[in-house]
Write a protein that binds this ligand. Structure first.
Ligand code: SF4
Length: 194
């Protein structure tokens, strides 16, 4: 069963060109200094919203909402994610995922059941640990990015720009990699003050 730390019933900015609801999944293995979802980080914390309540809500919104986005935290941390995605798809909604790519094996399993993925590229992969505080995070993110960009699933990469953490030439390199090397969409957004 999915552990849910928060829920947005209606948004126009979390799935491209579609009206979506966003499910915020509890738990993340990384500890980025600019994280604004700190209440979602503890994977051992209990969920705040029962999954059945979300399904009841979605059943009432058929035909009114287009998509459901799984965000976090890090949704791929939860073993119940695939079942939840399938339940949402069965109800006729498009399915989206926001991920940092911490769990490439889990991501590979759910990618065929997704319609769109937004993935964070936090830094050059060799420099990830400095941002996430987690050993091996760069390797995991690189594997996940490779899966996403070759999947055929609609996607967009994005980088949160904190000038204290990323140099201009690193940003320029990421931009080149994603736009020219991968041919994928890319957004850079500024880290909001904590
Ligand atoms: S990966 Fe996302 S949710 Fe996890 S600590 Fe970093 S910013 Fe926060």
């Amino acid at each position: 069963m999915l552990k849910i730390g928060g829920f947005t019933p209606f948004t126009t900015i979390d799935y491209p060109d579609r009206l979506a609801a966003v499910i915020f999944c509890q738990g993340c293995p990384w500890r980025c200094g600019y994280c604004h979802n700190r209440e979602l980080l503890d994977a051992a914390a209990p969920g705040k919203i029962p999954w059945d309540e979300i399904l009841t809500f979605l059943d009432r919104r058929r035909g009114l909402l287009d998509a459901v986005v799984f965000s976090g935290g890090e949704p791929t941390l939860q073993p119940g994610l695939k079942e939840a995605i399938l339940a949402v798809r069965e109800r006729g909604f498009l399915t989206g995922l926001h991920t940092g790519g911490a769990y490439p094996d889990a991501l590979a399993e759910i990618l065929p059941h997704l319609d769109w993925v937004g993935m964070d590229i936090k830094a050059p992969f060799a420099d990830y640990e400095r941002i996430t505080g987690a050993a091996g995070s760069g390797e995991a993110a690189e594997r996940s990015a490779d899966l996403v960009r070759t999947s055929g699933v609609g996607h967009r990469f994005r980088t949160t720009l904190d000038p204290d953490l990323l140099r201009d030439e690193q940003i320029a390199g990421l931009r080149r990699l994603v736009l020219e090397g991968w041919g994928s969409g890319y957004d850079i957004r500024h880290a909001a003050p904590l």
